[in-house]
Design a protein around this ligand. Sequence first.
Ligand code: FMN
Length: 444
Amino acid sequence: MEERILAMAEFIKLSPALPWIAEQGHAGLVTACAPDRLILESPLKSFSTRLTHITVSLQNDQNFHFKGRLETEVYPFHFIISPEERQTLQELLGQIRKDQHIEICRSQDVEAEGRYTGFQELSFLPEALPLFDHSEIDTSVDFLGQRFALPILITGMTGGIQKGMEINRRLALAAQKFGIPMGVGSQRIALDNAEYAPIFSVKDTAPNVFLIGNIGIAQLADKDALDRCRRAVDMIDANALAIHFNVVQEHIQVEGDRNLAGIMKNLEMICKTLNVPVIAKEVGSGISPSSAKMLAECGIAAIDIGGAGGTSWAHIEGLRSSSDIVSQLGLTFRNWGIPTAYSLVAVREALKDFPLIATGGIRDGLTAAKACALGAQFAGIGLPLLKAALQNEEAVEQAIEGFERGLRLTMLASGAKTLADLKSKIVRGRPYQSTFERLIPSHH
Ligand SMILES: Cc1cc2nc3c(=O)[nH]c(=O)nc-3n(C[C@H](O)[C@H](O)[C@H](O)COP(=O)(O)O)c2cc1C
């Protein structure tokens, strides 16, 4: 009884449902999955035979064969997967999860409520006089030993099984065209099953792109952590490897990884041994100054502070789940985390000359300029570029061009010839607000 209640809290609803067929010929739909079972609907409300083998087909005609036990006394039926086949179920769940994430991001509001990043508190001081020509503006930035044309970075996003390859190809072409770095999403599925490696291998399409691999911190718990990192790098000929942290998501997500014991030691060993720089990356909760210092001591080469205010993974997991508990957790933690600008300022103070990327809710070139003014080498962009990549190549180029135009205009209109010049042009509140408040008394 208790086990069933626990399981009820952990179902992922499937929309569309997946077709299943049993070896005896019965067929129906899988409407939900849990880490140990599938929920089966069938036109037949009872079975005389106990099913032991079923085949479930994923949308793109991939078939998964399961051995298990059918509980026939409840309808819809519970098909309990045998322990030896849980790995297959994990793989099916992983694939469904990625495609669901994409669909939810495309069609629903997945951002923190009110999208508060902290950048809203800041303004640049406008300069009316044309102090230089717009052609003199220099937007270039140095990062991990290379020079890039713009301080914009395409942050790592999984594109799912069905659309992943095309999404990554479109993003990579744009990254190469604009001379900016690009991250891929978590390579875990391809590390577990080499068949999926082509989803991430974009260097055939864009050989010159600075490519950042991606793996979750939970993946570093095992003894083969270094091997996994090396394989992730080799798989895509990566120039750097991002290790992402997402405690909140992993604990809300039904199939989350929760084993984080002993990980910091492994992280240090990997930073020392891997042949490319390692980037520590949050995905929406922000990095605290103390965590940043620990990461720097571990040998991390750069930090993506991944602050709150943009895409909210707690919220996405809540939207994806059919359980009231998980949906409620998703809502409760929708705005969890350090707003991007706050985390950036705090980490910059803790680590004076450390390479930083600011991701989380940056939606235009003016805000990207604010991130640079606060000391980030790059503004990382996620959701807007994912949505563009779901359309076509041109949409991605247009989106990045929009960021570039906004950034250049900010620099021109505030008299900042270089990104470094932006630092002296930013203020809290509105331009000259403090002068105004000082000179005009609020009461007599
Ligand atoms: C569909 C989608 C998939 C993502 N997958 C990953 C991932 O696999 N690994 C990772 O480190 N971050 C992932 N992210 C997080 C982004 O890199 C980024 O931190 C987050 O979306 C915040 O930026 P934004 O507000 O501009 O979207 C993903 C984001 C989206 C929208």
